[in-house]
Write a protein that binds this ligand. Sequence first.
Ligand SMILES: Cc1cc2nc3c(=O)[nH]c(=O)nc-3n(C[C@H](O)[C@H](O)[C@H](O)COP(=O)(O)O)c2cc1C
Length: 198
Amino acid sequence: MKKKTFLIVVLIIIFVIGIFFLIKYFNKPKTPKQNIDGDTKVLVVYFSAQNHTEKVAKEIASNLNADIFEVIPVNPYTEDDLSYTNVSSRVYKEHNDESLRNIELVSTKVDNWEDYDIVLIGYPIWWGIAAWPINNFVKENDFTNKTVIPFCTSASSGIGESGNLLEKLTNTGTWVQGKRFSSNASSNEIKKWTKSIK
Ligand SMILES: Cc1cc2nc3c(=O)[nH]c(=O)nc-3n(C[C@H](O)[C@H](O)[C@H](O)COP(=O)(O)O)c2cc1C
């Protein structure tokens, strides 16, 4: 009898946890549809230190027939720089001291910037936020009259507050719910998402 009660309790707990995850999954905020047609000008901007975000950015651009712009630091990150478990690495120091995160970029100026209706901004997640080399691109551009869609790649973290934090750097544009991809997201997954926002 005791055993039976225990089993019932365990089953109820599993059921409740299952319902919790189902609700969480189905309530996940989604990037709204953009009604992209032949007249909509779309730009994909990205920073990528280890090429994962670059691959995703290129596929998104190809699926949406968009132009693409890479954000490149004047002083690019080497593998040693990116060794985030090493306290003396560049990223570790930058993470610890916000004043070191003002990363000079090769360019922040996109040709015919004013023509774009939608700008997608891609970056890797570093310590739960957008990799900071993207910050100066966001700060130095005016997103007025543009819809901005953040996207990121990460090992496991969600997109979290990263898009909202970038929005605060500019306070222009209409920023919508972004999308997180795993570092090695499949072409199918990327296609499915681009189709969903088109
Ligand atoms: C400095 C640093 C910090 C990272 N922090 C996180 C993190 O907080 N959460 C996570 O899921 N992945 C983290 N990662 C993994 C990257 O987000 C992931 O590998 C990403 O796809 C790399 O993109 P990239 O190849 O375009 O640079 C981190 C990687 C680096 C180099």
